[in-house]
Design a protein around this ligand. Structure first.
Ligand SMILES: O=c1ccn([C@@H]2O[C@H](COP(=O)(O)O)[C@@H](O)[C@H]2O)c(=O)[nH]1
Length: 321
């Protein structure tokens, strides 16, 4: 986690921009502008819509990354949005991750994997790449990934081992931001405490052998911005676990609400906003259908930069107090 902490300190900004493109979030003229280019590249007409959207997603992401790279430390591409497009989407996911790393950003791949140990070992290829030594190949370009702890220790260990071997990190779902999270995570355990508290203790333990110079381990926790009190209690309970905090903005989380998830030095957490930043252009009232694709991308970029700067300033007031 030391690299992420350093990037946050350099930017004085504990926030991460979520790259979750959907058809509704990309200006239509951007998608339309790739129709001809894509038609020549697909073998089957049926592939056209996915291929066209995929190219549009990449240009959309690139405009946003260029606009925010000097003010945020990290991006979090959500792989679901890309997987939804099939192979063309997966290509654009990896291209986005690579481009973001090239711009100096820490890339947190939101892949939420979880399976039995032997399969988890294959998923851990997201962090370890393919092969070893000089011929090692990293197709994913991720600095960290999210994982689901539901299968227990053997589903997590391959990710932790890969993270330790490749100077990367893992974020484990502990207290997720969504309304239904209470159905499982708030269950009372026979021995006392809630299920998510037990997961929190496991996460702190999984990370223990990987503690870095800044006191945080390579095994972080996902804690929703929509649970301010529980997040603050988890901060106390998990002193060596860095938090990824989604749910700010579109899901109702606030800077005041997440303040307790940071440590006394204003470190220990990074807050995500996806739709609030990449969809900010829709709220400006400046878009119109006669704009060119380039003009629309300029609007996306400037609105994203303004929204990212507002979020940074908002967090600075509450966190760097
Ligand atoms: O508990 C969780 C875990 C992950 N997420 C992901 O974060 C972003 C949030 O997007 P917004 O548009 O800022 O709401 C998205 O990729 C989720 O899958 C989460 O929200 N909560």
């Amino acid at each position: 986690m030391d690299r992420l902490i350093e990037a946050i300190e350099n930017a004085q900004n504990p926030s991460v921009v979520g790259l979750d493109p959907t058809e509704a979030l990309v200006p239509p003229q951007v998608v339309a502008s790739f129709a001809d280019e894509v038609r020549d590249s697909v073998e089957d007409e049926n592939e056209l819509p996915a291929a066209q959207l995929a190219v549009a997603y990449f240009e959309f992401n690139r405009a946003i990354i260029d606009a925010v790279a000097d003010i945020v430390p990290a991006v979090k591409p959500q792989i679901a949005m890309y997987e939804a497009l099939g192979p063309a989407g997966i290509d654009v996911y990896t291209m986005t991750c690579e481009y973001a790393q090239q711009q100096g950003l820490y890339v947190l791949g939101d892949i939420k994997r979880g399976d039995i140990g032997s399969t988890a070992a294959a998923y851990a290829g997201h962090l370890s790449g393919v092969g070893a030594g000089e011929t090692a190949y990293d197709p994913w370009h991720e600095d960290a990934v999210t994982v689901n702890p539901y299968l227990g220790t053997d589903g997590i260990t391959p990710f932790v081992d890969a993270a330790a071997a490749h100077d990367k990190d893992v974020f484990v779902l502990v207290r997720t931001s969504n309304p239904s999270s209470k159905e499982l995570q708030e269950l009372d355990l026979a021995g006392g405490g809630k299920l998510y508290e037990h997961v929190a203790d496991l996460v702190e333990g999984w990370g223990e052998p990987t503690r870095g110079e800044r006191g945080y381990s390579r095994v972080g926790a996902v804690v929703g911005a929509t649970h301010p009190e529980e997040g603050a209690a988890l901060r106390e309970r998990m002193p060596h676990t860095f938090f990824l905090v989604p749910g700010y903005g579109a899901q109702g989380g606030t800077a005041a609400g997440v303040a307790g998830m940071f440590d006394k030095d204003g470190s220990g957490a990074i807050v995500n906003s996806s739709r609030g930043i990449i969809g900010a252009w829709k709220k400006t009232g400046a878009w119109n259908e006669s704009m060119s694709a380039d003009q629309a991308l300029d609007l996306v970029a400037s609105a994203a930069r303004d929204a990212a700067a507002d979020m940074r300033d908002d967090l600075r007031v509450s966190v760097y107090r």
